[in-house]
Design a protein around this ligand. Sequence first.
Ligand SMILES: *[C@@H]1O[C@H](CO)[C@@H](O)[C@H](O)[C@H]1NC(C)=O
Ligand SMILES: *[C@@H]1O[C@H](CO)[C@@H](O)[C@H](O)[C@H]1NC(C)=O
Ligand SMILES: *[C@@H]1O[C@H](CO)[C@@H](O)[C@H](O)[C@H]1NC(C)=O
Ligand SMILES: *[C@@H]1O[C@H](CO)[C@@H](O)[C@H](O)[C@H]1NC(C)=O
Length: 270
Amino acid sequence: MECAQRRRRRCLFLSVAVIIIIIVVAVVLGLTLRKETDGLKTTFIARCEAFKGKRYDCQTVWGAFEQAYVGQDRCKVPMEAYDPLIAAAPFKHACNRMMFWSKTKYVVHDFTEKKDCFTTMQDTLLGSVLHSLKWCGKEGSSETFTTGCPGWTDCENNPVRSFWLKASAAFADNACDDVTAMLNGSITTPFNSSSIFGSIEVKRFKSPSVKSLTVVLVTEKNSVTNCTNASLKDLQKELDKGIKYNCKEVTEAQIQECSSDPEKPCSSCW
Ligand SMILES: *[C@@H]1O[C@H](CO)[C@@H](O)[C@H](O)[C@H]1NC(C)=O
Ligand SMILES: *[C@@H]1O[C@H](CO)[C@@H](O)[C@H](O)[C@H]1NC(C)=O
Ligand SMILES: *[C@@H]1O[C@H](CO)[C@@H](O)[C@H](O)[C@H]1NC(C)=O
Ligand SMILES: *[C@@H]1O[C@H](CO)[C@@H](O)[C@H](O)[C@H]1NC(C)=O
């Protein structure tokens, strides 16, 4: 900046002020960007460390997670990008107590929190660490972003959607013996072949490792459907030959009552 002799003081003052403002803006921007990565990483590591019976090196798991999307176009992260993550934190859970669900999120998690006899995705390391989080990267950047990321339906290969599809497939691959699924009897189509349960998980149940599927159709007083509904016939058709199917209508109140009673074995809940 050229400062004429006469107005030198004022001009110098202005120059210094402008420079200070530029520095402040740069620092604040830098901090916010850093905070986004740090924010997600902090949550990730904290949830990972808190995972019961922690058997994982959380920094390694974070590294495997991050490599899937960092530096990538936000709409070009395929399911396979998460293969290293699944390898770092495999779904090796008691395969005979797996619980799947569709449109019954609240009831099912309330149940598995109180009763320790079924495992849902959210009870696994990756499920418990990443539930309700959003993330994405950006081409040419090594940052993790948590804002401005594509939503579930904005583009097919977005980082969050690809993760849940990959994780659901890997989780279901691990199923064995008797599998349970809680479906919603208050909606007209309790089995939707386009849902994650219908399009991914059911297709992964393989006979003879999986012996049976029990559908717990959660009903309420004003429930619109029951076990005879045609969509459940479609579910049976999707099942691998040799997997036994049965369906039980259970009221939401009955499930809550059972989960609140520590004396009641899970086998008597439905
Ligand atoms: C079933 O779906 C209805 C409508 O979306 C919802 O209000 C209800 O809470 C769901 N039931 C269960 C058990 O989650
Ligand atoms: C089934 O699920 C898909 C995807 O979530 C949704 O677009 C569609 O409306 C659902 N169909 C029914 C009959 O509920
Ligand atoms: C199931 O629902 C259908 C109507 O959708 C009804 O005709 C039938 O009686 C119901 N079955 C039972 C066992 O409640
Ligand atoms: C049962 O399922 C079919 C889809 O397969 C759906 O169109 C129908 O509305 C459902 N019936 C009832 C009574 O909710």
